[in-house]
Design a protein around this ligand. Structure first.
Ligand SMILES: [Fe+2]
Ligand SMILES: [Fe+2]
Length: 310
């Protein structure tokens, strides 16, 4: 698996959706589980700029190759979220994408600031912190594309299959970058390998956790991966990450699935109730109206830009 940053910079572009049969979105049904996963995935794709804000307070910002990648990567991820939202809207689920994104962010509140600060401190204290976020990047991209492939399989929806197939190609390139960069950092660097393994075993969480609750993460994991094929996919994923220097035999995604199964065993309603009750709306923030949290304040409910015709 090779990766060239020069080629990536030249070829990076907005997701090509030409030829997708958007009109056929309503011709095939999506189950409650499919819809739950799509909302989760859209929210996490749309959360990438905030994840980026974490990376840019680390030593990552010193590396021009990494920042060039992040500039293109952030743009590509934007169009993943946009198109998942478009598909949901066309399917008949009404929401305002901008309000939803703002609400997800506003609900993070203080926790987001603490998380940025601790990432910053960790990075400046530990020289090999780079190995950790590069490895986490590889795991996140690989688990995202594995999740999309699982959703294609579960839903059997032709338009979703077409869209996710295109997104998966982007995610593969992202994975290649992170994996190769992590490998480069870890090769011949035993201290970094030890730090990486230790941090992953203690602090790693599946992609989206923190923005989503444990029960939401488990609902996604159990819907997509709680069958023979799904479990195999996650074991294969761990095996791929285990090929990084110092990470042989590491169990991350498979361990997350087994932990989700255990929580459901203790409470049979766990996770599935979110899917059954169609709990994919994002609540408005308790403290501040959304207008106060964004630059787009409104007058009498109408956006300023619309009032002023800009
Ligand atoms: Fe993405
Ligand atoms: Fe990605």
């Amino acid at each position: 698996m090779s990766f060239s940053i020069e080629r990536y910079k030249e070829e990076s572009k907005k997701l090509d959706t030409s030829g997708i049969d958007w009109q056929a979105v309503t011709a095939s049904p999506l189950s409650k589980g499919d819809l739950f996963c799509l909302h989760y995935m859209m929210d996490i794709e749309n959360h990438v700029p905030l994840y980026l804000s974490h990376l840019l307070v680390t030593r990552a910002c010193m590396d021009p190759i990494l920042t060039a990648f992040l500039a293109c990567w952030n743009y590509e991820e934007l169009w993943h979220g946009e198109n998942l939202g478009k598909l949901l809207n066309l399917y008949g689920i009404e929401f305002d994408a901008q309000d939803r994104i703002a609400n997800v962010r506003a609900n993070l509140g203080f926790q987001n600031s603490v998380s940025i600060l601790s990432t910053m401190v960790g990075s400046w204290l530990l020289k090999d912190f780079s190995a950790v976020y590069l490895t986490i990047g590889a795991i996140n991209e690989l688990s995202t594309l594995t999740g999309y492939a699982a959703l294609i399989r579960k839903s059997g929806h032709p338009v979703l299959k077409d869209l996710l197939g295109r997104i998966i190609k982007d995610e593969r390139r992202h994975y290649a970058f992170y994996f190769n960069s992590a490998k480069e950092w870890l090769t011949g660097n035993e201290k970094a390998q030890r730090v990486d393994r230790w941090m992953l075993n203690r602090f790693w969480v599946p992609v989206g956790q923190g923005v989503k609750t444990q029960e939401q993460v488990d609902a996604l994991a159990l819907y997509l991966f709680d069958d023979e094929q799904g479990e195999e996919d996650l074991l294969a994923l761990d095996e791929k990450i285990g090929k990084l220097p110092g990470l042989a035999g590491i169990e991350l995604m498979s361990r997350a699935l087994y932990a989700a199964r255990e929580r459901r065993r203790q409470d049979p309603e766990w996770a599935w109730r979110l899917i059954d009750n169609e709990e994919w709306a994002v609540a408005s923030p308790k403290k501040s109206p959304i207008g106060e949290l964004t630059t787009r304040r409104t007058r009498g409910g109408t956006a300023l830009s619309a009032v002023e015709g800009t």
